[in-house]
Write a protein that binds this ligand. Structure first.
Ligand SMILES: C[S@@+](CC[C@H](N)C(=O)[O-])C[C@H]1O[C@@H](n2cnc3c(N)ncnc32)[C@H](O)[C@@H]1O
Length: 391
């Protein structure tokens, strides 16, 4: 008898693990193409393999199934089977059920006003700030809605009671509050500036001190979009001017699922929409509409887990990117701690890059704005150590 299991919100048959091919069919609802693609990610992620190394995922986008009756039903391993069409497509931070299935539709539609009221009260308990979440709250509300379903709770008020009675649930909520949005070359103006000014300046300084390496830390690197973009900036634009130098990147994220995806390096076209067109074929191999990062770009990046609230990778860095993380979502006290930690890890003269629209907390007197740099700061003095940082 076939045993059905749930993998990140998608019901699938265990026998899929031994198959060469998995068929996924989206059923034509708006947005479902992307969701089915995310489901494919989830299935491969489930086995801890890259899409390229796991079974082939045959993916039929919305509409295609209707035009091609042969593909009307989803099939696993070539045999007809039912896959709950994934809805939501949202990579959840909690390691298990990352994708929302159709039957969660109710949960997804959780009353926005209730969710906002809940978040406004709960986020400060987690040292997070509501204004950072205002525009992206849907991602979090959907996860909370799913959590209510999992726990069999009727509404957010019941969840508040649950949190009171089960303090360990706060860490689950904390995971649900991680926003995972990222893209390659996210913020064109910034990456153009890094390419033209910041990275060459730092490479020159490193060369002057006799160091062949320019060291970078991408903090909160998501699925690798940011560190890979940095690697492209170096490879495609700056490197030739600095023969013998290497840009080395340490990329950290608290979410190990995202790091797994980063290592796999497989992306959908929408992740590349801001990347200069000329760089696409230089940076990616394409296969069946997917883009796979070329291995040479991976060579100088080390991906590792790390919670920026508690730790930083060892050694000194010339460049730190901390964008769309601490200075958007953390409360001011946490922002100050993070900034001290970064300051402690940046060489004097090194650069800190934050997200567009982010501002540094008041403690940032160790930094001055990089002339005409959008969200770029230069570290100007030695900092007192910020507590445990080595991992
Ligand atoms: C919105 S994404 C930003 C990704 C990238 N920096 C960018 O700007 O495109 C935020 C990332 O920070 C990660 N994150 C959240 N809390 C974190 C923490 N405490 N320590 C390290 N990473 C964290 C999330 O998992 C997510 O990948």
């Amino acid at each position: 008898m076939r045993r059905r299991v749930k993998a990140r919100g998608i019901a699938y048959d265990r026998s899929v693990a031994g198959r060469d091919t998995v068929f996924l069919l989206s059923q034509g609802e708006p947005g479902e193409g992307r969701r089915a693609r995310n489901a494919a990610d989830a299935l491969t992620g489930r086995w801890g393999r890259c899409r390229s190394q796991g079974p082939t995922i045959r993916f039929y986008p919305a509409g295609e199934g209707r035009h091609n009756p042969g593909h009307r039903s989803a099939a696993i391993g070539g045999q007809p089977a039912t896959i709950d069409p994934p809805v939501g497509g949202d990579r959840d931070a909690a390691g298990e059920d990352r994708f929302t299935a159709t039957h969660d539709r109710q949960a997804i539609l959780m009353n926005d006003r209730d969710c906002v009221r809940f978040l406004q009260a709960a986020l400060p308990e987690l040292h997070l700030r509501w204004p950072g979440f205002r525009r992206v709250r849907r991602q979090v509300c959907k996860r909370i809605g799913r959590r209510l379903r999992e726990l069999g709770l009727p509404d957010v008020a019941a969840y508040e009671d649950f949190l009171e009675r089960h303090p360990t649930e706060w860490s689950r909520l904390d995971e649900m509050c991680r926003i995972t949005i990222s893209r390659f070359y996210r913020d064109r103006r910034l990456f153009a500036f890094l390419e033209d000014d910041v990275v060459p300046t730092l490479a020159r300084i490193a060369r002057e001190r006799g160091d062949p390496d320019v060291r970078c830390w991408s903090a909160g690197c998501a699925s690798g979009e940011e560190p890979y973009t940095l690697a492209m900036v170096w490879r495609f634009s700056v490197q030739d001017r600095f023969p013998g130098s290497t840009l080395r990147i340490t990329a950290t994220d608290v979410d190990e699922f995202l790091l797994e995806r980063a290592l796999c390096g497989d992306y959908g076209a929408s992740s590349l929409r801001e990347l200069p067109t000329a760089w696409r074929s230089r940076a990616f191999e394409t296969r069946e509409g997917d883009f796979r990062i070329r291995p040479t770009l991976r060579e100088t990046i080390e991906f590792r887990p790390g919670d920026i609230r508690r730790e930083a990778p060892g050694g000194l860095f010339d460049l730190v990117l901390c964008r769309n993380l601490a200075f958007t979502y953390f409360d001011e006290a946490r922002q100050r701690e993070v900034l001290r930690r970064i300051e402690d890890r940046l060489r004097p003269g090194g650069a800190l890059v934050i997200g567009s629209g982010e501002v540094l907390p008041a403690v940032g007197e160790g930094f001055v704005p990089w002339p005409s740099g959008p969200g770029v700061f230069r570290r100007i003095r030695s900092a007192a150590p910020a507590g445990p940082t080595e991992k």
